[in-house]
Design a protein around this ligand. Structure first.
Ligand code: NAD
Length: 356
């Protein structure tokens, strides 16, 4: 737990959150509470039907849809969306989808000052954070600012029932990674740690049930609750090695976001656990065994991908990935050098079970 004698800052939690089954129906009311009346509804092409159905439901409160959101928030797409937002004289965005769509909403908000209502349909956890990662010319840059954080988040369990099995599992592990990094962050605080650990219990209990029965609404709700807690925790702490490696593999090697997080998690958590036994002990208790080993067993049991090599990363790329990941200094609770990271990536590439 946080070192209480050392002290902590609790930053507050600033987004309004509505959680439950059927809560999508409250979107119009929430637009009104923000004193807005001209929403632009956002989605990916794959979820355009959901966006259009929501637009129809909002009636006169919606001025249009933009359904071209894409992974890693390409700036060219954001600029087109901003042009449409301005042409339509919209005054807020409603983002229905995963992290890609919510990222687009954030990109519009930073350029226009739009209020955001985020309606997450995966467990990736962008909706509660002040983080925006954007790509341009093959480079991904990430920035943080309180104005990036959505004003309102609507978690509707019904919208997660259609999330495919593989995406369900990898997205959940992506969320758990936020929780793990929150508990050892330099700006950790006891409330966020409670949230992160309760989230891990929810995933431990709920995810195997969802893997067995994807339409089990109670189990889906438990997992979505975990996703909310983890997103909140990530939104107020400094990220470390895990997120850095996922960022490098996504940004420089075009690796898929959720799967990459899922595979890395047992290795990054195990690496840091070796230096943080007290802080990480509750994680080991939740998943059983050692931190890395317990998370690895959990990932395997729920059907997650286990090896970076299966995502198309070549062994020859590992040297360059380790080099990029250690070029600039950043916070991590356990010091490391390029050799440590190269070894960690090798284990994740092979799918070896971590000892620690
Ligand atoms: P995604 O948003 O790219 O979604 C993947 C695919 O699944 C898309 O085609 C989407 O339309 C579809 N989909 C989403 N929900 C569905 C559902 N319920 N049913 C059927 N299909 C559904 O994937 P993601 O993992 O949620 O988000 C990844 C992106 O989010 C990355 O760009 C990542 O960088 C970003 N992200 C940002 C933060 C942050 O705090 N800024 C946090 C986490 C992730």
């Amino acid at each position: 737990m946080t070192d209480l004698a050392h002290g902590f800052t609790f930053p507050g939690i600033t987004s309004r959150v509505i959680f439950g089954a059927g809560t999508l129906g409250q979107t119009a009311e929430e637009i009104g509470k923000l004193s807005r009346s001209r929403a632009l509804v956002l989605s990916t092409p794959e979820q355009a039907d959901a966006a259009k159905a929501l637009a129809a439901r909002l009636g006169g409160l919606c001025v249009g849809t933009f359904c071209d959101a894409a992974m890693h928030t390409p700036v060219a797409i954001s600029e087109r969306a901003v042009a449409q937002y301005r042409d339509l004289d919209a005054d807020c965005v409603v983002s229905i989808g995963g992290g890609s769509t919510i990222g687009l909403g954030k990109a519009i908000a930073t350029r226009t000052g739009a209020d955001q209502i985020a309606i997450p349909t995966t467990y990736a956890g962008s909706e509660m954070t002040d983080i925006l990662g954007e790509t341009e010319g093959g480079q991904k840059t990430t920035r943080r600012d309180p104005s990036i954080r959505p004003e309102v988040v609507i978690y509707d369990v019904d919208l997660t029932l259609s999330l495919p099995a593989q995406m369900t599992v990898t997205s959940a592990l992506n969320a758990i990674a936020h929780g793990v990094e929150a508990i050892y962050a330099p700006d950790a605080n006891p409330i966020l740690t409670l949230m992160a650990l309760d989230a891990m219990r929810a995933f431990r209990d709920g995810l195997p049930r969802v893997a067995d029965a994807p339409a089990d609404k109670a189990a889906r709700a438990q997992v979505l609750y975990g996703a909310w807690l983890c997103s909140t925790a990530l939104g107020y702490v400094t990220m470390a090695l895990h997120h850095k490696l996922a960022h490098v593999l996504g940004g420089s090697f075009d690796m898929p976001h959720a799967q990459t997080h899922a595979i890395l998690l047992p290795h990054t958590a195990g690496f840091n656990a070796a230096a943080l036994r007290d802080v990480m002990e509750p994680v080991a208790e939740i998943f059983g065994g050692s931190v890395g080993g317990g998370l690895w067993d959990f990932a395997q049991r729920t059907g997650a991908p286990m090896r970076l090599r299966d995502l198309g990363l070549s062994e020859a790329d590992l040297d360059r990935a380790a080099d990029i990941a250690t070029r600039n200094p950043y916070h991590n609770p356990r010091p490391f050098d390029a050799g440590d990271i190269r070894a960690l990536l090798q284990a994740a590439w092979e799918g070896a079970r971590p000892e620690t």
